[in-house]
Write a protein that binds this ligand. Sequence first.
Ligand code: G3P
Ligand code: CA
Length: 410
Amino acid sequence: MKKTLLLSILSLVVQQAIAQTPNCAPSVAAHRGFSAFFPENTIPAFEACIRVGTDYVEGDIVFTADRVPIMLHDETVDRTTNGTGPAARYTLEEIQALEAGFPDKFGDKFAGTRIPTLEEALDLVKANNTLFCFELKVPGIAKQVADIIREKGMESQGIVQSFLPQELTILKGYAPEIPCLLLSFSTGFTQYIDYAATIGIEYYGPGGIPEQSEIDHAHENNIKYWVYTIDDTTDMYTLMRMGADGIFTNRPDRLEGISKPLIKNSNDTLYANWLAGNIQWKLNGQNIAGATDTFYVAKQAGEYSFTAINAQNCNYESPVFSFGTSAIAAHNDDWKFVTFASAAGIFVTANASLNEEALVRLYDISGKQLMATRSLLAQPVALVAGNLAKGLYVVTVQTSTKVYTQKVVY
Ligand code: G3P
Ligand code: CA
């Protein structure tokens, strides 16, 4: 009896602790894949955003003439392929014969790229253990999409979104276990949030920067608030300060680099990448008095970290950065960075004993992030950041417990 009581009290204390320190870094949703640099809604764009480390792959679903769900944003194929006319007039075979490498934007750089089916896109998401956020663009598609998600056992591996409330109502009635996001063309429509709440929709997503009260309203209704389509870093910080739960972006590389707290160092100066709230530096888990700037000059060896709190009291904890201890020296010895002076970019290899998933980032020497990718360290990690100029770069490898930094000559 006593033991049960003790366990209940302990569970309550743990729950309260979790409630007081929610981890609410916004989810990164790569809009139409990594569409800034790759042809939208294609496998190369989806693969690229997965390499960057995005949380969700965003994409759009329409029907072919033979009623196969495919990944395409527009009603017609004109803008992104070498074909013309409505997608719904093409059979799957016909539409997959088109060049879908967005020739008007990328020339022949992605020649041979095809429009993928929903199934192909989901298979990629599943194989890479990431998440999908796919949008129903046309009416009458909800049940078929739900069936495909169920067949693949991916009900917990993503979100179905739509501007069409009727489609989501059908989906929620048919497959209530699949999370849904109701889109809105603009902020300012709290009645849509109320509607979403009444039919059990879990997410709401308007276009543009909202008032704080709108995000608060969603949260009061237990609905997560996402925003599209945000490519500007200042806007990203604004939304992070306000407590947005997710951000759709064409620049997942940019958002990845700032949405998760991270410490970098230059000699004894430690830098927090966090600019979206109040910072408190810690040494060995204890607050350092007055250390609330975005950088801190370390005065002694130890385990440094910071917490950052945004407008909604979300409390972000950075990974620990070991400074000046024998541990960091030993860990650095474990790492081997190999560079290849080719168009393929910089490759990182790790000692086999450090076989875990890590976030690997590439910076230029001014500290500007060029690329980020989440990858298993068992094999070489490729960091490809466009046409790299010859020079000095910085690679950071963030594991579950530490951040390692290494300068690399390219
Ligand atoms: O799903 C968010 C965003 O993608 C909605 O706009 O037109 O790009 O599908 P759109
Ligand atoms: Ca969309």
